[in-house]
Each structure stands twice: as structure tokens, then as C-alpha cells.
Design a protein around this ligand. Structure first.
Ligand code: UD1
Ligand code: UDP
Length: 366
């Protein structure tokens, strides 16, 4: 059984679901919690996934406790009825941890995809760092994207034989959607002059950034847009109303800052492949941008994804105004600095992670 609930889990679980569907030995039951609604439905459409179960728990302004309560209650009946051999979760959201807890209570083996990421601070990202650690405690299979993730688990005394380095399925997902001569459905994205302008793609949604940090980030971006004639910003805003209200207040109909609705995954990744650089606090974008050769400034205090930083395509700039503003200025003015960062690297996977994960599950359940 595969269980997921949010946009990024859907994207990274999709290639696994496709792979499971291809194997005669497997019957896969797809269950979504719908912690996200519209943002998850977009992903289901792109990948043609029709869930067997939909807990439909989404509620505007939902709290962590209400998400947890509904996922736990909803899964009890389904896990009891279906009695799966293995339950797979992906990542670090509240859906992930609570689905793992439900499976553990029902003594179902848990496979944790994207295991072993650690920032070292349980309040950043919040609550994701705690969610992935708690899920790890319950899991039978730890599918670690990188050696570094594996080492984190070994440091926490997880048995080596239960850790598998598989790469990240985000790279498998990218292979489905990136197209050379992609034509956007969104007219603005077709209109933008990616050759003569420097288009910056911004996303920002983390709970710990809501408030002052987000105000700093957006103000630095606005100042950069004001001071550089050739810069345009595209910001597909997360549906979180707190994020939206800060964004609308600070950007306030700015003619060079395009605030748009969340994009479908195919539109979004093809946009990322065309822009000049990326500013983000997202986890997934830190993996996708290096794979697409785009410099990425990470607006967070910590990251669990040091691989992109070590490879030189990502920089952790924190959430103060100054560091972000200055890094943007450098990357907009110095060709050399830009070229040093704009290289295509793939520390997160080779596009075959889903196949590896499914092989491991089949071989260990023979
Ligand atoms: C969740 C995950 C986070 C992940 C993010 C991906 C948790 C605690 N957080 O955060 O790890 O990075 O998803 O985007 O699990 N909303 C909608 N429609 C949607 C989705 C969200 O309107 O389809 C709005 C709602 O007002 C909701 C708010 O966004 O209350 C926040 O959603 P929630 O799932 O609680 O947290 P995210 O910030 O999306
Ligand atoms: N994404 C998308 N449309 C958007 C913004 C992001 O499809 O408008 C995709 C992006 O390509 C990545 C994932 O959503 O795969 C990242 O999700 P998000 O930033 O919401 O969550 P995180 O990765 O931080 O958990």
C-alpha cells in the first residue's frame, strides 16, 4: 500500500506507483490522505493516478493535530481491511509520520522513502525534521537517497542491513515531464523573454519562515526587481493563506513580480529549466534545480540537503534581508560567479531509484 497526502509526496511517489503497476508480483493499493487537495489533485492528474482510497481530510487552515487525528482514524479501517504486506510512505510530512504510526500499530512493515535526511534542528524545518526521525524509528526499510543520508542513519545506530542507498525518486519524476520544446499552457510563461531577461523563480512556504523571515525574503526580492531593469520574478504562490497575505502585501501588484497560482508539475519544472536562477525554501526544489543546472539560493537557516551546497550549485543564504540581497546582486552581475554555480549535477539520483526500491521490496518478501 502506498500512502501520501501532499504535493511533493505525490510527485516523488508517482514513479514508484508506476513501477509497482508494472510488476506482476505486486498488487498496489493507492491511498491518499488529501492533506493537500487542489495541489495534490494537480499531481494525480499529471501522472494519471486514480487512488483506491481518498481520506479527503483537507480543511482550510488545518492544524498539525487535526491532520494527525484524521489520518490516524482514517487509516485504521483501511489498513485493517486491506492488511498490506508493506506500507510505503515518502518524505517528512505529517501524513508520512502518522501513516507510519498507523501501520506500526497494525504491525505492518513500513518502507520509508527519502530516509535519513537531517538538518540537526527539530524546529527547522518544523515539523518535518521530527516527522522524518519519528518515521525512521518505525520503519523496516530505509530508502536513503544518498550516502550522506545513509551515514546519518548509521550515526543514529540504525542497522546497516536495513538501509538502502537508492537515489531520490524526484529525479525519476523529472524524466517524465521535462521536454525540450515545451509550450506552456500559462500565457505569461510563454510570453516571458528568458533569453534577454533574467527571470528568477521564487517559491516560499515553510511554516518557520512565515512572519519576519518571509517579509525579509520578499523585500530583498522586491528591491532586486526595482534596481535591475532586466530582472523579472515569477512566484507561484503556495495556497497557504498566511503566505499569500505576506506576498500580496509586500509585492502589491508589482509589475515585474508575477504572483501566480501553484503551477501543475509539468509547467513548473519546465519553467525551472528556463529561468536564470531559483530562490526557495522548498525541499524538492533543492534537488530539482541542480539537476536542471540552475543556481539555487536556499532561504532557510538549515538544510537537510547539503549535497547541492557541497557541489556548488546551491547556497544557504538564511532568512535575513542582507545575505539574500547580496547573493542575488552577485549572481546577477558576475558572469563568473553565475557560471560557477550553473552546472548540472545530480547528487540526488540517476532516474532509476523507483526500480531499485521496488526490486528491494520484491526480493526481501519472496
Ligand atoms: C505541507 C507539509 C510540508 C511540505 C508542504 C508541501 C506538513 C506539516 N507540512 O505543508 O512538509 O513541504 O506540505 O507543499 O505536513 N492549502 C490549500 N490547498 C492545498 C494545500 C494547502 O488551500 O491543496 C492551504 C490550506 O489553507 C492549508 C495550508 O495551505 O491549511 C497549509 O497546508 P498544510 O498541509 O497544513 O501545510 P503546508 O504548509 O502545505
Ligand atoms: N511544484 C509544482 N508547482 C508549483 C511549485 C512546486 O509542481 O507551483 C513542485 C516542485 O517541482 C517540487 C514540489 O512541487 O517537485 C515541491 O513541493 P513543495 O515546495 O510544496 O514542498 P517541499 O518539497 O518543500 O516539501
Amino acid at each position: 500500500m502506498t500512502v501520501f497526502g501532499t504535493r511533493p509526496e505525490g510527485i516523488k511517489m508517482a514513479p514508484i506507483i508506476k513501477e509497482l503497476e508494472n510488476r506482476d508480483e505486486i498488487q498496489n493499493i493507492v491511498c491518499i490522505t488529501a492533506q493537500h487537495r487542489q495541489m495534490l489533485d494537480q499531481v494525480l492528474d499529471i501522472f494519471n493516478i486514480v487512488p483506491d482510497y481518498d481520506l479527503d481530510i483537507f480543511k482550510e487552515g488545518q492544524s498539525l493535530i487535526s491532520i494527525s487525528r484524521k489520518v490516524l482514524a482514517g487509516l485504521e479501517e483501511i489498513i485493517t481491511k486491506e492488511s498490506p504486506d508493506v506500507l510505503l510512505v515518502q518524505g517528512d510530512t505529517t501524513t508520512v509520520f502518522v501513516a507510519a504510526l498507523a501501520a506500526f500499530y497494525k504491525k505492518v512493515k513500513i518502507g520509508h522513502i527519502e530516509a535519513g535526511l537531517r538538518s540537526g534542528n527539530i524546529y527547522s524545518p518544523y515539523p518535518e525534521e521530527a516527522n522524518r526521525k519519528l518515521t525512521g524509528v518505525l520503519a523496516e526499510y530505509h530508502f536513503a537517497p544518498t550516502e550522506n543520508n545513509r551515514n546519518n542513519l548509521i550515526r543514529e545506530n540504525y542497522p546497516k542491513e536495513k538501509i538502502y542507498v537508492t537515489g531520490n525518486t524526484v529525479i525519476d519524476a523529472l524524466d517524465y515531464v521535462i521536454k525540450k520544446d515545451y509550450k506552456f499552457c500559462n500565457p505569461l510563461l510563454n510570453r516571458l523573454d528568458y533569453k534577454n531577461k533574467k527571470v528568477i523563480l521564487l517559491t516560499c512556504h515553510r511554516r518557520e519562515n512565515i512572519g519576519e523571515p518571509m517579509k525579509n525574503i520578499f523585500t530583498a526580492i522586491k528591491d532586486i526587481a526595482n534596481e535591475n531593469e532586466d530582472v523579472e520574478i515569477v512566484f507561484p504562490i503556495h495556497l497557504n493563506p498566511h503566505v499569500r497575505s505576506i506576498a500580496y502585501k509586500i509585492f502589491n501588484d508589482h509589475e515585474k513580480v508575477h504572483l501566480i497560482e501553484p503551477l501543475e508539475y509539468e509547467e513548473f519544472t519546465n519553467l525551472m529549466s528556463k529561468v536564470y536562477l531559483v530562490v526557495t525554501d522548498s525541499g524538492g526544489l533543492q534537488e530539482e534545480a541542480p539537476a536542471l543546472g540552475k543556481p539555487v539560493l536556499v532561504v532557510r537557516e538549515e538544510t537537510e540537503r547539503p549535497e547541492g551546497i557541497n557541489a556548488g550549485t546551491a547556497r544557504l543564504v538564511g532568512t535575513d534581508y542582507k545575505e539574500l540581497y547580496e547573493n542575488l546582486k552577485i549572481l546577477l552581475s558576475s558572469k563568473q560567479e553565475y557560471e560557477n554555480m550553473a552546472k548540472t549535477i545530480n547528487p540526488y539520483g540517476d532516474g532509476k531509484s523507483s526500480k531499485r526500491i521496488v526490486d528491494i521490496i520484491i526480493n526481501s518478501n519472496k
